[in-house]
Design a binder for this molecule. Structure first.
Ligand code: GAL
Length: 418
């Protein structure tokens, strides 16, 4: 059903009176950071669906994986008194903007459509402020993945994906000896933090991850386990090529595709790149969780900033309803590499990586080993995340010892909390 049905009638009347005015109905300006091949395809599906409803879409993409540049742009727009109508935002960021009174809620749409029955409770909680939905989730991404080129691994006789960091190091050493870059990586703080948190899960397990990266427990932050995690990060530093600095994550994915590297450690948005390039999972590329029992959760969502004008408010409601619709959740996530945020969408059309993600997600919920991503802003305030990113990047780009790293990190996190 056309969500703009009612106002469309008004539009026709208006356009008869004023030829040339195309839209008197819902409008959204959408600020997002989805500019890579797979990301652009996925957000393109949302634009298409919104326009099919008769709405007008104004695209405001801010390039930069992980969204740090987009968040800076958002702050500037809000300070200038000109917020976009819809913004890709997540985790504590949703709460922070809502607490400032900057967000409109879409509770009336949620009530009408029964969102509480359709979303996992843990996700619904993140989307609500003061008991009302101020955000709507579009997907569930998993952060702890290896992506590998099986043809490259076969060159050194490897046919199985590593299941421990020790095994990974052995394979990586073989690749290095054969003159192949073991790890495709982009040296940007959010990417460094992505591989760091995956290592922490593998070395310390989910409980340790939670203590150190979410609860910010000083004992965990200065523990031997954290020293060992930095030791493994130092190992990974030895497996990247000399030109890693500043490289975008999707270019690192392309290195794996082009057989220039064996692995990439990245969330499943990397799968969106492989698929957009026509690569076949299980054949051209393989996926496997990075070592460690658990699941590092990253969910993208959209928020609706307070704007004036009936057509903008209407646009927000239509967009919210579209995002949550089962059909859209399927189409979008097939392109994005993630799985639907709704629990009632079947995965029939999805590949084995997505099915594995879903099965492991359910198992992690059961085993209490589901952890929210620190690197992808699902867990800690931006100020604390900033300290992690700074330290991890400094470590990666210097010869800092693991012992010094944990001390400096623990002190910086403490300061950020005061
Ligand atoms: C993440 C986001 C993903 C993906 C990635 C790279 O933070 O949740 O959807 O786009 O950044 O840009």
């Amino acid at each position: 059903m056309n969500k703009f049905k009612n106002i469309l009638a008004a539009t026709i009347v208006a356009s008869l009176a004023l030829p040339g005015i195309a839209y008197a109905d819902g409008t959204v300006e959408v600020l997002h950071w989805w500019t890579s091949g797979g990301e652009a395809k996925a957000i393109g599906e949302l634009k298409k669906a919104f326009e099919a409803e008769g709405g007008k879409w104004v695209d405001s993409p801010i390039a930069g994986g992980g969204g740090d540049a987009a968040m800076t742009a958002l702050r500037a727009r809000v300070v200038a008194g000109n917020p976009p109508t819809a913004v890709q935002l997540k985790g504590p960021g949703i709460q922070e903007w809502a607490a400032l009174g900057a967000l409109d809620d879409v509770q009336d749409v949620a009530d009408e459509e029964g969102w509480d029955d359709e979303l996992p409770p843990a996700l619904a909680k993140i989307m609500k402020y003061d008991g009302k939905y101020v955000a709507v989730p579009v997907n569930i991404h998993r952060v702890d993945w290896f992506w590998a080129n099986p043809e490259v691994l076969a060159k050194v006789g490897v046919t199985e994906m590593p299941t421990t960091w020790g095994e990974f190091n052995t394979v990586a050493d073989k690749l290095k000896e054969a003159g192949i870059t073991p790890l495709a990586h982009g040296g940007q703080p959010w990417q460094d933090a992505t591989i760091f948190e995956d290592v922490v899960l593998g070395i310390g397990g989910a409980d340790f991850f939670r203590k150190a990266l979410i609860d910010l427990d000083q004992d965990a932050l200065t523990s031997d386990t954290m020293v060992k995690s930095f030791d493994q990060l130092r190992k990974l530093r030895g497996y990247v090529d000399p030109n890693f600095s500043g490289r975008d994550w999707n270019l690192a994915t392309a290195m794996v595709m082009r057989s220039e590297a064996g692995f990439q450690i990245m969330g499943d948005w990397a799968k969106g790149e492989f698929l957009t390039a026509g690569k076949v999972p299980g054949k051209d590329f393989v996926c496997a969780p990075t070592p460690g029992k658990g699941f590092v959760l990253n969910s993208d969502s959209f928020t609706f900033f307070k704007v004036t004008g009936e057509e903008k408010v209407e646009g927000q409601k239509v967009l919210a309803s579209l995002i949550i619709s089962p059909k859209f959740q399927e189409t979008f996530n097939l392109a994005k590499g993630s799985i639907p945020a709704r629990t009632d969408v079947t995965l029939d059309k999805f590949d084995d990586c997505a099915k594995k993600s879903h099965a492991d997600l359910l198992a992690a919920i059961k085993a209490d080993s589901l952890v929210p991503s620190m690197a992808h802003e699902m867990a800690v305030p931006r100020s604390v995340r900033g300290e992690f990113l700074d330290l991890v990047t400094n470590f990666f780009n210097s010869d800092m010892s693991s012992e010094d790293a944990v001390k400096t990190l623990a002190a910086a996190v403490k300061r950020a909390q005061q």
